[in-house]
Every structure is written in structure tokens, then in C-alpha cells.
Design a protein around this ligand. Structure first.
Ligand SMILES: Nc1ncnc2c1ncn2[C@@H]1O[C@H](COP(=O)(O)OP(=O)(O)OP(=O)(O)O)[C@@H](O)[C@H]1O
Ligand SMILES: [Mg+2]
Length: 204
């Protein structure tokens, strides 16, 4: 069964569309596993709290990248590999590409370094398909602000940061065009959902 990841800036609609797709496949009787990074495991949730939680730790970009990679290693062995072995269709909210964009590009750790480390970390488990929900940074920023009472540490970096993130995603979509499919997410949810279903069905 395929392993599909969803990427895009905060507020691009990843959670919305994963839920809709899971509902759709559930109605078809297809076994689906929905999971997310960082998190998805107990260790991952603890790391998520360390990285996103508060400003007191002042986590350096390299430390942030390595902590998230550690959470990913745990997620691969504890959730993703067993799920695939059970024949489930996996829908994962963020994965390697988030590290490439957030730590590699936006925080300046470097794309090649992050790609190399993650390649080792995931034990060969690259996604079969990655849906990149593409929205202008202003739209992502506004949707996130509307959604939350309090921005987490990464989101509080502001609109300039969203611009870097959106540009970073476009960069990696050009680098891996076979795996990463860009969907224009600046349209009504139902329209975006229809396009996502079309892309996903092409690999099922
Ligand atoms: N196509 C759309 N048009 C209008 N609003 C949308 C659209 N897609 C999602 N939204 C709304 O934008 C907000 C953010 O969506 P969602 O939580 O799915 O994004 P996300 O990518 O999961 O964000 P995060 O990375 O912060 O978890 C929600 O309030 C959602 O209802
Ligand atoms: Mg979400």
C-alpha cells in the first residue's frame, strides 16, 4: 500500500484534506492510517513539545533539525513500517520535506545536509507520493492566524518566514518533480479535494 505525505505551509490545508481523504477511503472500506510529524509517537510528541513548545530552550537550527530527525526515526519504526506491513494506506501530515524546507531552507541548515541525514534516518522509506498544498504565503499566514489563539514558536516567526517556507516548498517540488505533486490550494476546499483524489488515484 502506498505511503502518501502532505506538505505545505501552516494553514495550507493539510489537516483538512487528510481528514477528507481518510473519510473517503474509509467509506470505500480501504484500511487507512492517518499520522503526523513531529509527533505520531510518544517520543515524537515529547520532541514536538521541546521544539515547538516555548522559547526558553532557544533551540539552535541544527539541534532542531536533529531532534525532528530523531522523532522521525521513531515514527518510521513504530508507526510507518508496521502500518505498511499491515497493508494500510498511510496518510502522513508532514515528513522529510518539512525538514528540507523549515530547517534546510528557512533556517539555513542546508538542503543537502538535511536530505542526507534524513535519508539515513528513514531507512529508505521515502514517500510514494507527496501532495504539496501550494498557497500564497499571505493566505497561509492569514488562515493560521484565524485558526489559533496563540502561535507556536515556529509560526510566531511571522509573514517573512511564511514567504521563505512557501518559496522553499516550490524549490523542492522542482527538485523532486516525480514524487512531489503540487496542488493549488488557494481554491475552495471541495475543488482542492477533487484534485487531490485525482492525483492519489493515479498511484493506487
Ligand atoms: N481551500 C481552503 N479555503 C479556505 N479555507 C481553507 C481551505 N483549506 C483549509 N482552510 C481553512 O484554513 C485553516 C487551516 O487549515 P488546516 O488546519 O487544514 O491547515 P494545515 O495545513 O493543517 O495547518 P497546520 O500546518 O497549521 O496544521 C482551517 O481553518 C481550514 O478550515
Ligand atoms: Mg494541520
Amino acid at each position: 500500500m502506498p505511503f502518501i505525505t502532505f506538505e505545505g505551509a501552516d494553514g495550507s490545508g493539510k489537516t483538512t484534506h487528510i481528514q477528507q481523504l481518510a473519510t473517503f477511503f474509509g467509506q470505500q472500506g480501504r484500511p487507512v492510517l492517518v499520522t503526523r510529524e513531529p509527533g505520531g509517537t510518544k517520543l515524537g510528541n515529547e520532541i514536538r513539545a521541546m521544539v515547538l513548545g516555548d522559547n526558553e530552550r532557544n533551540v539552535s537550527p541544527m539541534a532542531e533539525m536533529l531532534l525532528i530527525a530523531a522523532a522521525r526515526a521513531q515514527h518510521v519504526s513504530e508507526v510507518l513500517q508496521p502500518g505498511l506491513a499491515e497493508g494500510k494506506l498511510i496518510l502522513c501530515d508532514r515528513y522529510i520535506d518539512s525538514s528540507l524546507v523549515y530547517q534546510g531552507v528557512a533556517l539555513g541548515v542546508g538542503l543537502d545536509l538535511v536530505a542526507n541525514i534524513n535519508n539515513m534516518v528513514v531507512d529508505g522509506l521515502w514517500p510514494d507520493l507527496t501532495i504539496l498544498l501550494d498557497v500564497p504565503p499571505e493566505v497561509a499566514y492569514e488562515r493560521s492566524i484565524l485558526m489559533r489563539r496563540q502561535a507556536d514558536r515556529i509560526e510566531s516567526r511571522g509573514l517573512a518566514y511564511y514567504r521563505q517556507v512557501c518559496a522553499g516548498y516550490r524549490l523542492i517540488a522542482q527538485k523532486w518533480p516525480e514524487r512531489i505533486k503540487v496542488v493549488d490550494a488557494n481554491r475552495p476546499v471541495a475543488t482542492v479535494h477533487r484534485d487531490i483524489r485525482r492525483v492519489v488515484s493515479s498511484i493506487l
